[in-house]
Design a protein. Structure first.
Length: 332
């Protein structure tokens, strides 16, 4: 009987040692043993044991003992763990369930993580995304404008408009009037700025490089999205009733909608198409299925013809023809 009891005590000690996890609570030490109490101790007994040990091992009371500081920290940790009822229950659960290793880690760090309002985190995240979205939109738009100012066609157009408005003079006249290098550099910078502004004013850029708008940032879209979806649903209902059931003549908006559906494009991608090309779609009546099929077949034939006349593809086809049946081809 005594041997069985001793074996049970030994098993309990081994299990408790196994369940102690380095890095959480008191580490490999048992918090109850650190304070010199058992698991049935009351909160008053925990506090009494802590005060007794704190006075004994306080660093100020033992200035010549280097180990006192670490001992005092361990005592304080044990007290912090056992004085709180919820923390004590979690610690007891760790002692009783040593196999739930990750669960104990989660509970420990969850209690010690900063208490942050989730709403504040969400608001901050949306604000950061909106600011980044607006900045990148301006960056892409400026890149597009800077590129267009280097294109001869658009640059010439901007110069003509600037001269009509009296903002720019003939470059030859400017060189004759101005001899100072600093003034010439200033006039050159002014000229480039005027050209850039005129290009930005007259160019309608769509797609990913279009001019930024506050309506397209995330904060605004979160509020306008439900309204836009309702408007879209109402428009689709009207379209179905008027132009599918009642077979009324299509307007421009409805024709473009059918053309976009025939091309299987998203709205943003369809809007990025050049305005002249859109007009050519309307002139070809591509909202009609038979016209669209004929247009699609014509484009496919044109692509085949371009591929047949492409010098690189011709060279590739010759290579394939010359190497047919060779060791290179037989490996595939």
């Amino acid at each position: 009987m005594l041997g069985i009891k001793s074996l049970a005590i030994l098993t309990l000690i081994v299990n408790q040692a196994h369940c102690l996890i380095e890095g959480i609570y008191c580490g490999k030490e048992n918090c109850y043993d650190v304070l010199g109490i058992d698991r049935t101790a009351t909160s008053r007994e925990v506090q009494k044991a802590y005060r007794k040990l704190a006075r004994k091992y306080h660093p100020d009371s033992n200035p010549n003992d280097p180990d006192t500081s670490s001992k005092f920290i361990l005592i304080a940790t044990a007290y912090e763990t056992l004085k709180d009822e919820e923390a004590r229950l979690e610690y007891d659960a760790m002692l009783d369930n040593p196999d739930q290793f990750y669960r104990h880690y989660y509970r420990y760090y969850r209690r010690r993580s900063p208490n942050v309002d989730v709403r504040l985190v969400i608001v901050t995240l949306i604000s950061v995304i909106s600011a980044f979205q607006y900045y990148t939109s301006w960056y892409r738009y400026n890149e597009a404008i800077n590129y267009l100012t280097t294109v001869a066609k658009y640059r010439k157009m901007a110069v003509e408009i600037g001269q009509q408005r009296g903002l720019l003079d003939d470059p030859a006249n400017e060189k004759q009037k101005i001899k100072s290098r600093e003034v010439k550099n200033g006039m050159k910078a002014y000229r480039e700025e005027v050209i850039r502004n005129i290009v930005a004013e007259n160019m309608q850029i769509e797609g990913g490089y279009r001019k930024p708008s506050w309506k397209r940032i995330l904060w605004i879209q979160l509020f306008t999205w439900p309204y836009e979806q309702i408007c879209c649903l109402v428009w689709l209902i009207k379209y179905y009733v008027n132009y599918v059931l009642l077979c009324k003549p299509l307007g421009r908006e409805q024709k473009l909608y059918r053309i976009r559906k025939n091309f299987q494009m998203s709205e943003s991608k369809f809007e990025s198409i050049n305005a002249d090309e859109i007009e050519s779609f309307l002139e070809s009546k591509l909202w009609l299925k038979e016209n669209f099929d004929a247009y699609k077949q014509e484009k496919e034939e044109e692509m085949k013809l371009n591929a047949a006349n492409n010098a690189k593809l011709k060279k590739y086809r010759r290579w394939i023809r010359n190497h047919t049946g060779s060791g290179v081809a037989s490996e595939f």
